[in-house]
Design a protein around this ligand. Structure first.
Ligand code: IFM
Length: 448
């Protein structure tokens, strides 16, 4: 193995999620999710855009799978839409299941491994109206949905991810109000986080209980948090941000407890912790086979007494060091993030389940999309991942986010993360330069 080589068994992939690409939002028995309701509520998304059509992947999946194959990757991470699979009277929806069978057939024809996520934020709306993830019952309904999925697809799929980014499901959605259901209530948010983690544990136990022997894990979005100075108040702000962003999820999953300093912090908002029931911490920390890490940027923070929530302020990076999301490009922090998780929390294999960047891509007069900044971003992050592997780190997979431009949640179609450019008017797809570059890396297992 040369210095620029990935191990032969290392898996390269691309990732998407259901609501961001599928469209066909009201077709074949799919029931509404809280993202349909949220995106159709004026003022909630950029220009009022919705996932009604998105990339129309529901109808174009076969051509999209051919694109994945052209990228030379071994695995495709996508999500299953709960509202497509289970009806409101809690029965399996045959047409929804049939769609995913067709998708799996197509992936199999191209020898691409399927790596589905059970929950990537599209909560059935009827559950949202009963309190969503802040209601413990949702965890039970999620386990029931997972059982339907495992019965149907358990013999066809060997890599499962329970949740995508519980931080977003709980904190961004119920605390910061940026994602559906758009609530701003930290008591709800903390309860939601607990129920999400609990449902993960129940689903892992359920999976094993069915005698299935594939690999199952959860996907977090941890960040490296750096303080701007070594002053005590800045370091303390970084500790709180780290607690909020990272430890609130890593500690329960791997140590079966919530971090005490953050319990105290959140107690200002959370009147009672009685939603944490006996046995919950054991249930949610059940061993899993891998941890998925979605990594984009780092948090660079300082003490900000005017921030009522955690007294944390974020540094605005210089414009030439950010992506179109305003996120700092800081590849070394990917290495640090992986290292920290392995050194402090777990020896199970890590997968980078998302990494990528949005840039203001344009079609050039030659009809191509020359996204050299994205190539640089991917190259530098893959180099950081390779450093981790070469030092003995157990990193087994890397999924680029995303296969194609798609619905970037409250930012609508304004941010393009794809390796493949999508013209949302015509639904035509163009492989960007980064797609060709990534294909060469995936095929050769070498970072040129
Ligand atoms: O598009 C999202 C994805 O759904 C979850 N992780 C981050 C991506 C970019 O914001």
């Amino acid at each position: 193995m040369k210095g620029t080589d990935f191990p032969p068994e290392f898996v390269f992939g691309v990732a998407t999620s259901a609501y961001q690409i599928e469209g066909a939002a009201f077709k074949d028995g799919r029931i509404p999710s809280h993202w349909d309701t949220f995106s159709h509520t004026p003022g909630k998304t950029w220009r009022g855009e919705t996932g009604d059509v998105a990339c129309d992947h529901y109808h174009r999946f076969s051509a999209d799978v051919a694109l994945i194959a052209a990228l030379g990757v071994g695995s495709y991470r996508f999500s299953l839409a709960w509202p497509r699979i289970v009806t409101e009277d809690k029965r399996p929806n045959p047409k929804g299941l049939a769609f995913y069978h067709r998708l799996l057939d197509s992936l199999a024809e191209h020898h691409i491994e399927a790596a589905p996520t059970l929950y990537h934020w599209d909560l059935p709306d009827w559950l949202a109206s009963r309190g969503g993830w802040a209601n413990r019952d949702t965890a039970g309904y999620f386990a029931d949905y997972a059982e339907i999925v495992f019965k149907e697809f358990g013999d066809r799929v060997n890599t499962w991810m329970t949740h995508n980014e519980p931080w977003c499901t709980a904190f961004l959605s119920y605390g910061l109000g940026e994602h559906a259901p758009g609530h701003r209530d930290w008591a709800e948010a903390v309860r939601a986080a607990h129920h999400v983690l609990l449902s993960h544990g129940w689903v892992v136990q359920g999976y094993r209980g069915m005698g299935l022997d594939g690999k199952i894990g959860i996907v977090l979005n941890p960040n490296v948090v750096d303080a701007v100075t070594d002053r005590e108040d800045d370091l303390d702000a970084a500790r709180r941000q780290d607690g909020f962003r990272n430890r609130w999820f890593l500690d329960p999953l791997f140590r079966a407890r919530y971090p005490e300093d953050m319990v105290q912090e959140f107690s200002r908002y959370v009147p009672t912790w009685d939603f944490v029931k006996a046995g919950d911490m054991e249930a949610l920390s059940v061993p899993m086979d891998f941890l998925g890490v979605n990594y984009y940027n780092r948090d660079h923070v300082f003490f900000n007494p005017r921030d009522a929530f955690l007294r944390v302020g974020s540094v605005t990076p210089p414009p030439d060091q950010v992506t179109a999301m305003g996120w700092e490009v800081h590849p070394r922090s990917l290495y640090r993030c992986l290292k920290r998780i392995q050194d402090e929390y777990t020896a199970i294999p890590l997968y980078i389940t998302e990494n990528g960047a949005a840039y203001n891509d344009r079609i050039s007069p030659d009809g191509r999309v020359h996204d050299s900044q994205r190539i640089e971003y991917l190259r530098d992050h893959l180099a950081a991942a390779l450093d981790f592997i070469r030092e003995g780190g157990r990193l087994e997979r890397y999924y680029a986010w995303s296969l194609m431009d798609n619905f970037e949640w409250s930012l609508g179609y304004s941010k393009r993360f794809g390796l493949v450019y999508v013209d949302f008017e015509t639904q035509s797809r163009i492989l960007k330069d980064s797609a060709n570059w990534y294909r060469d890396v995936a095929r050769s297992h070498r970072l040129a």
